[in-house]
Design a binder for this molecule. Structure first.
Ligand code: PHE
Length: 360
C-alpha cells in the first residue's frame, strides 16, 4: 500500500512539473493522455489495486481519485493560463490605433449651375411655381411653329438649331434634317405649349432643363446650356406682376444691392417682350469679356404670352392672359461667383469644380 501511495504522490508531482513546462494546449493534451489516458500512468497504477488487500482498497481508491482530480484541475488551470497568454499576445499583435486619422473619403457635390437651379426653384416655389418638365428631344412644331415662329420666319435665326439627321442620310454621305422635324430643343419654351395643354389655370410652372444650339463657343456661349422656363396663365396677370417678381428674385439670388434693368426685347411668342439685365458682377459694371464690355449681363428674356400662343395652348386670349420668362442659369451662376468663362462649366476640371464643394 505504501508503495502505491508513494507512486500516486510521484504522479502528482510529475504532473505539476510537466504541466508547468508545457507551453501550448497541444503539449498539455499530450500530458493528459500520458497521465490520465486509457493506457496512461494512473490507469496502470489502478490496475495494481487488485493485488492490494481488500481492507486497504477503499483508502487507496480514494487517494487515486484525489490524485486524478488534482491533476485534472492542474490541467485546466494550465490551459486557462495558456489561453489567457494567447489572447494577450493576439490583442497586442492586432491592436488598432484608434487615434490614427481615418482615410479621407472623396465625396461628390453638386455642380455650381445645379446649385443655382435648385436655389431658383426654392425662390420661385415661394411664388407658387411648381416644376413641369419637358423633353430635350423636341419637334420643330413645338420648338417653333406653335410658338408663333412659322417655317420661313427670319426669327428662326435667333435659335441656331441642332437637327436630328434623317435615318440613313448620314451613312449615305448626305446628312439632312429628319423629315419628321425631330430636333434638339433650342430653348425650354416648347414646354409652354405642353404645360398649357396639360394643365388647368391658374398655371404657374417652372421648367428647368438642358438646351442645345449650333453655336460658336466663346466665353459666354456654349452649344449646350441650361434654361429655366417660367409660365403663368391666369385671368388677371400683367407685366407689372412679372416685373415686380423678377426684381425680387434677382435680390434673393444676388443680394439687395444688385443693379437691374428691363429693356425692350423681341420674341415671337411674347408681346410685349423684355430682356432683364443684371449689372455685371464679374467686372462691377466697367465692362469685361463676360459682359461683352457693356457692364450688363442679360439673364433672361420675358414677356406677356402672345395671343396666338395662348390659342395654340388651348385658351381664349379674351379670357386668359399670362406671362413667360426664360432664364439662363449658366450665366446667372457666372455672375454669382464672378466666373469669367462659361466653358469652365463644361470643362470637367476638378480644380475648378472642387471650389464649389460647400454647395455654394
Ligand atoms: N426662349 C427664349 C430664348 O431662349 C427666352 C424666352 C422665354 C423669352 C420665355 C420670352 C419668354 O431666348
Amino acid at each position: 500500500m505504501t508503495d502505491l501511495l508513494a507512486d500516486l504522490d510521484g504522479l502528482r508531482s510529475l504532473a505539476r512539473e510537466r504541466l508547468a513546462e508545457a507551453s501550448s494546449a497541444r503539449e498539455v493534451d499530450a500530458i493528459r493522455q500520458e497521465l490520465l489516458g486509457r493506457s496512461g500512468r494512473l490507469t496502470a497504477l489502478l490496475k495494481q489495486l487488485g493485488s492490494v488487500p481488500a481492507d486497504q482498497r477503499p483508502a487507496l481508491g480514494q487517494a487515486a481519485n484525489g490524485a486524478r482530480l488534482e491533476i485534472e484541475t492542474a490541467i485546466a488551470d494550465q490551459l486557462a493560463k495558456l489561453n489567457a497568454g494567447d489572447l494577450g499576445a493576439r490583442l497586442a499583435e492586432e491592436a488598432i490605433d484608434m487615434s490614427a486619422p481615418g482615410r479621407p473619403l472623396r465625396t461628390g457635390h453638386l455642380h455650381p449651375v445645379l446649385t443655382t437651379m435648385r436655389d431658383l426653384r426654392e425662390i420661385f416655389h415661394a411664388y407658387g411655381f411648381e416644376v413641369f418638365e419637358g423633353p430635350e428631344i423636341e419637334t420643330e412644331e413645338y420648338n417653333f411653329e406653335l410658338l408663333n415662329i412659322p417655317p420661313d420666319h427670319p426669327a428662326r435665326d435667333l435659335w441656331d438649331t441642332l437637327y436630328v439627321a434623317e435615318p440613313g442620310s448620314v451613312e449615305a454621305g448626305q446628312p439632312r434634317p429628319a423629315t419628321d422635324g425631330t430636333i434638339l430643343r433650342a430653348h425650354t419654351s416648347p414646354t409652354q405649349i405642353r404645360a398649357m395643354r396639360a394643365l388647368e389655370p391658374p398655371i404657374r410652372v417652372l421648367t428647368p432643363g438642358r438646351c442645345f444650339r449650333y453655336e460658336a463657343v466663346d466665353a459666354s456661349h456654349g452649344f449646350e446650356f441650361f434654361q429655366i422656363e417660367g409660365l403663368v396663365v391666369d385671368r388677371d396677370t400683367s407685366l407689372a406682376d412679372l416685373k415686380g417678381m423678377l426684381e425680387e428674385v434677382a435680390r434673393a439670388l444676388y443680394g439687395r444691392d444688385v443693379k437691374t434693368r428691363f429693356r425692350p426685347g423681341y420674341y415671337p411668342f411674347t408681346e410685349p417682350s423684355v430682356a432683364f439685365d443684371i449689372g455685371c458682377l464679374v467686372c462691377g459694371g466697367v465692362g469685361c469679356p463676360a459682359c461683352k464690355r457693356s457692364g450688363w449681363m442679360t439673364i433672361l428674356g420675358a414677356g406677356m404670352v402672345h395671343p396666338t400662343v395662348l390659342r395654340n395652348g388651348g385658351f381664349d386670349p379674351d379670357d386668359f392672359q399670362g406671362y413667360a420668362f426664360g432664364m439662363g442659369p449658366d450665366r446667372m451662376t457666372m455672375l454669382r461667383h464672378g466666373i469669367g468663362d462659361i466653358r469652365l462649366f463644361f470643362s470637367a476640371d476638378l480644380r475648378f469644380l472642387g471650389q464649389f464643394a460647400e454647395g455654394r
